[in-house]
Each structure stands twice: as structure tokens, then as C-alpha cells.
Design a protein around this ligand. Structure first.
Ligand code: M6R
Length: 602
């Protein structure tokens, strides 16, 4: 939440900052601002609303200078106004911040007594004044002193009118240094750096960096030098662009065949018929698996828990990360804790992992973003390899997560002897077809679009699915509500009779996820129960299932696929249903209201 950019070098800082913020706007878009050191002193330009408003303002009055910081905000303290937008200033010092300073009221009171005047409602302005209060000609020392008094989560970048450097620090919230030639960068995430460099340093928790035009120094918060761990990122600029699609979300939906190919690439051993996961954790020693995640990643984890129990016969449970941490989970060294996350930065998931580790569990991250905090703190990582996902609504990473978790389930099954070599080989053989089948599913986009248009004025939706498709139903409902703002509920299909059936009338579209598989008959009965009560059934069904047409108003067909792999295809029509509905309603698909891609506050 909140995106930060910093630049020092030879280019116009304002241009670099706006370009970087454009690539970080997915992290928050309540307001945006930049500060540039100009020959006349620091100039701050900030505006409530989207980045485009700030960009227009900068076109009229661009501050000239080659040192600057920028910020795009997801509001925590104080409404999204010009006043509350970052950067925040204290005399000759400016600051951008991502995170929450928990003891800001106490610090504010103290600073007010000393005569500091506050212009905003934010916790960040407190930090700006606190650093200024400690400043005695050395920004690095002042930031260090200020942070020793602050509690909470932060990634901060500060600059001072009298110094040629950017000074940054992080605890919990992410921060990356980009290394250039005669220029250096700071950003909350790699896409902001891609137009300029792929050589980066991921700052660790409790580290700070002093970034000058020709030099980057990393230290801990006590001032001790730390090594510069340079990583070459694989993502390309093209991957982080829209590539001719009107929205990132649509581009990412259509990238699913490629993403699946990448997730599976090199992980299926042709001769032995085994998944090759390259993990150092000794998987055979675990007696239970906890899959913990948030939002879409949680639904992928939920599907993963069913797959692990089915294929490996080991108790596996999925849980929402924000609950897990505070309920004193029963965890020991026989527990494999699987943190599932696109960003690898979600605070709920990260804190749940820390809690499980404290209690003795071993942590495996199933993560998309390399170098993210969870990947650094987990004992081992199974990368998803789906490429950058920019759209706030997660799509390609969901299907790729399930593919990665399926590989994990097969591996566990082989180690525990619950899955024969022949079964493993057969399932992996089916998995190799997934990219092509995903492509065949996407070829029906026009038909899914027609169905979306028919129902796009509905005010409520119900999604139902059984067993492995309960998560599909929940994910379909989440996609629809987060980008179209239509109220959508999801239930395991069998649970419908226990309450939600009362909602059904002739106005309610009910999406029933019912591809062929062991749960088909039972789900079809639920579908008929909806139909008998006048509900408008939209079924997701397997090619060739003509009978289902008698019970559904519309059918979204998907290609035939192994039942255990069907969640990977069945969600695709639901992603497109949500996308098309949101477009028809004129919603901002890539930047839905109130949301941020990476949720780094609890
Ligand atoms: O980065 P993560 O996968 O940990 O993010 C988890 C959720 O915040 C995320 O999936 C969220 O629910 C998305 N908006 C879903 O589209």
C-alpha cells in the first residue's frame, strides 16, 4: 500500500518520478505527489486523486532538478486530500512514507509542545518533523535517531535541501534500490525501475540506504555497514506494460497460458514422471500442512489444501492469514506452513508466517515476486513464475498458484507413498496440457462477454461450487465484487440449503461451477434446486455436457480436463465475466475504488 519512488542522477527527476509512480499506482491511488530539489530550493507538488491529476499539474509547472522523491497514496490516516498527500515537509526536509507509525499521536504531542505546526492528519508528517528535530547537518543520522523513537511499519525516503543524497529505511514495508550508471533509484517495487535498470538491491527489514548519484551504501539502523546484495531481476519492461490491451487485468487474463507454462517449466521430470521442485526442506518429515494467505491467494490455498489431502493423505488446512495469527494456532516442528502470496509482502500473511515459525513450524513460501519479504524470511520458496501482475484484481497468479500447489501435492504424495509412480506420471501428463487448454478456454472470450452483457445490470449475484470448486466460486464472487462493485456472495454448493437459498428469486443470477468430475451429480442437484425456485442459473460446464442446458439459462463451457485440474480452467470464464461486467458498468478495472494491490497494513 502506497508507492514510493526516489531518484538521484542526471535526468529530470520529475519525469522519472511520474514514470515510476505510474508503475506503482496499483499500490494506491488516493493522491500523489513529488518533491524535487530545484536551484531555488525544494519544490513540492501534490494532488488528491489519481496520478493523472498530478501529471497535469506537473505539465503546467514542472520543478527542474535531478534529485527527487515521489509517492502514490492509499490513505490510512486522514482522508485523500491535497493536504494529506505526500511528500510531507518540515522546513528544508521532505519525506515519503509507506506504512503506519503506531505511536504518532504521542510523538505529535511532544513535537507540538516544541512548537512544530502540523498541516495534515497523517502519521507521516509526524515523522518528517521528528527527523527535522534531530537534524544537525546529517540527514542519515537524523533519520536513524527519529526511527529509534518511532514504532510501526515503514518504508521511508527522505531528502534535505542541503544534501545531495536520498536517505531511505525500511521495516516491514518493502523498498528496493535500483542501480544505474551515474544515477540511482529507490522504489517500493521493481516495475518502477524497469525502464532504467534490472540491477537491484532488495533492502532487508531494519536496513537503511544512503543513495547518491555515484554511490549506494547500505547499513543497519544502528549505522553498521551491510553488504550490497545485488540481484539481476528477470522481469522485462514489456512484461510490465499493457501490450495493446485496454487494461492490465485483461492482458493478465490472456497471459494465463504463458504463466502456466512458466510455472510448470522444468518442473516435470520426463523420465521419472516426478515433479522437480528444487526444495531444500525435507518434505517427508511433516505431519500436517497449514496453507495461509489472503484474498485470492487464500482461495488458491484452499484448493491446494484439498489437493494435498487427496493426493498425499496428510492433514492440510487453509486459513485466512489475518485470523491465523491471533488465534494461537496449534503448530509444531512437524507442521509445514505454506505462505501463499503473489506479492510476498502481504502483512497478514507475513505476520502469520512469523507466528508459525516462532511456534516451531517450517515455512515454505509459494510466491510470485522474487526478493519479496516472505521469500527472504521463509525457510524455502516455491516460486510461481507468473511474471509481473499489475492489475489490482489477481488473475494469472491465481491459476498459476493452483498449478504450483498441485505440483507440491503430487510431490508430497510421492514422498508419502500415497500416489503411485503411474498416477503421478499420468497427472503430470495432464498438467502439461494446461497451457493449451487455458488457451482454448480463452478462445471463448466472446461468448463469455455476451453472457456478461446479459446480466450486467444485476444488483446481486450468488456463486456456488462444491469441493475443489468451492474456492472457484468464492474467487468468482471476489473478482466480480472487487472490480464491478456488484454485491456477490459465494457458498459451497451443498451449504446453499442452509440459508442462502432464501435469496433466490427470478432476479438473482446464480453462477454454479459444475464441470464434469466426482462432484458433478451433487452440484447439478443444487443447480436444479436453484432453477426450481426461479433463479437465473449460469452454469460453468464441460464441453459436451448438453444436458445441463435444460437446467441453466446460460452455460459457460470450458474444455474437458482432468477433474483435479479443472479449477484452473473453470475460473477463467468467471474472471472474464467480472472483467466484462466492470467494463460495461464503466468501472475503473485496474484501479478499483478503495483497494490496493499489495496490502501492507493490518
Ligand atoms: O499479494 P497477495 O497474493 O498476498 O495478495 C493477497 C490479496 O490481497 C489479493 O489476492 C487480493 O485479494 C486481490 N485484490 C484479489 O484480486
Amino acid at each position: 500500500m502506497c508507492g514510493i519512488v526516489g531518484y538521484v542522477g542526471f535526468r529530470e527527476a520529475a519525469d522519472v518520478l511520474i514514470e515510476g509512480l505510474r508503475r506503482l499506482e496499483y499500490r494506491g491511488y488516493d493522491s500523489a505527489g513529488v518533491a524535487v530539489r530545484t536551484p531555488e530550493g525544494l519544490r513540492v507538488v501534490k494532488r488528491a486523486g489519481k496520478l493523472s491529476t498530478l501529471a497535469e499539474a506537473l505539465e503546467r509547472e514542472k520543478p527542474q532538478g535531478t534529485l527527487g522523491i515521489g509517492h502514490t497514496r492509499w490513505a490510512t490516516h486522514g482522508p485523500p486530500t491535497d493536504r494529506n498527500a505526500h511528500p510531507h515537509r518540515s522546513g528544508k526536509l521532505v519525506l515519503v512514507h509507506n506504512g503506519i507509525i503506531e505511536n504518532y499521536l504521542e510523538l505529535k504531542e511532544r513535537l507540538e509542545q516544541k512548537g512544530y505546526r502540523f498541516e495534515s492528519d497523517t502519521d507521516t508528517e509526524v515523522l518528517a518533523h521528528l527527523i527535522a528535530d534531530h537534524y544537525q547537518g546529517d540527514l542519515e543520522a537524523a533519520l536513524r535517531a527519529a526511527l529509534s523513537e518511532a514504532r510501526g511499519a515503514y518504508a521511508v525516503v527522505a531528502m534535505h535541501e542541503d544534501e545531495d543524497a536520498l536517505v531511505a529505511a525500511r521495516t516491514v514495508s518493502p523498498l528496493v534500490v535500483g542501480l544505474g550508471e551515474g544515477e540511482n533509484f529507490l522504489a517500493s517495487d521493481v516495475p518502477a525501475l524497469l525502464p532504467y535498470t534490472r540491477r537491484v538491491v532488495f533492502l532487508e527489514d531494519g536496513e537503511m540506504a544512503v543513495v547518491r548519484r555515484d554511490e549506494v551504501r547500505v547499513k543497519d539502523l544502528a549505522g553498521n555497514p551491510r553488504p550490497l546484495r545485488v540481484t539481476e531481476v528477470e522481469w522485462t519492461l514489456e512484461q510490465a506494460e499493457k501490450g495493446g490491451f485496454p487494461h492490465y487485468m485483461l492482458k493478465e487474463i490472456f497471459e494465463q497460458p504463458w504463466a502456466l507454462e512458466n510455472t510448470l517449466g522444468g518442473r516435470i521430470h520426463e523420465e521419472t514422471g516426478e515433479p522437480v521442485l528444487d526444495l531444500s526442506l525435507e518434505l517427508s518429515r511433516f505431519e500436517r500442512v497449514h496453507l495461509v494467505a489472503a484474498g485470492t491467494a487464500y482461495y488458491a490455498g484452499w484448493a491446494g489444501s484439498y489437493l494435498i489431502e487427496k493426493l498425499a493423505r496428510i492433514p492440510a488446512q487453509a486459513e485466512v492469514a489475518s485470523e491465523y495469527r491471533y488465534r494461537e494456532p496449534v503448530v509444531d516442528e512437524k507442521t509445514l506452513f505454506v505462505a501463499v502470496s503473489q506479492s510476498g509482502e502481504t502483512i497478514d500473511t507475513l505476520e502469520a508466517m512469523r507466528e508459525a515459525k516462532r511456534r516451531g513450524a517450517a515455512a515454505l513460501g509459494v510466491i510470485n515476486v522474487k526478493g519479496s519479504t516472505i521469500t527472504r524470511e521463509a525457510d524455502d520458496v516455491l516460486y510461481i513464475h507468473a511474471g509481473p501482475e499489475i492489475g489490482v484484481a489477481s488473475t494469472k497468479v491465481y491459476t498459476a498458484m493452483i498449478a504450483a500447489l498441485t505440483l507440491l501435492a503430487i510431490r508430497l504424495g510421492r514422498l508419502r507413498g500415497t500416489l503411485s509412480e503411474a498416477e503421478s506420471r499420468a497427472l503430470l501428463h495432464e498438467m502439461k496440457k494446461l497451457p493449451r487448454l487455458a488457451e482454448a478456454t480463452l478462445e471463448r472470450a466472446e461468448e463469455y462477454r455476451r453472457v456478461a452483457a446479459k446480466y450486467h445490470q444485476a444488483t446481486d449475484y450468488l456463486f456456488l461450487g462444491r469441493n475443489l470448486h468451492a474456492p472457484t466460486a468464492f474467487e468468482g464472487a471476489l473478482k466480480l465484487k472487487e472490480i464491478s462493485y456488484i454485491h456477490a456472495e459465494a457458498y459451497p454448493a451443498g451449504e446453499m440449503k442452509h440459508g442462502p437459498i432464501a435469496l433466490i428469486d427470478e432476479h438473482l443470477p446464480v453462477v454454479v461451477v459444475s464441470p464434469k468430475g466426482p462432484w458433478y451429480e451433487k452440484t447439478r442437484s443444487n443447480l436444479q434446486e436453484v432453477r426450481a425456485r426461479g433463479g437465473r442459473v449460469i452454469a460453468v460446464a464441460t464441453d459436451g455436457d448438453e444436458e445441463i442446458r435444460d437446467h441453466a439459462e446460460e452455460v459457460l463451457y470450458i474444455p474437458e480436463v482432468h477433474p483435479l485440474l479443472s479449477p484452473i480452467l473453470a475460473v477463467i470464464p468467471l474472471q472474464l465475466l467480472a472483467y466484462e461486467t466492470a467494463v460495461l458498468l464503466g468501472r475503473d478495472v485496474d484501479q478499483p475504488r478503495n483497494l490496493a494491490k499489495s496490502v501492507t497494513v493490518e
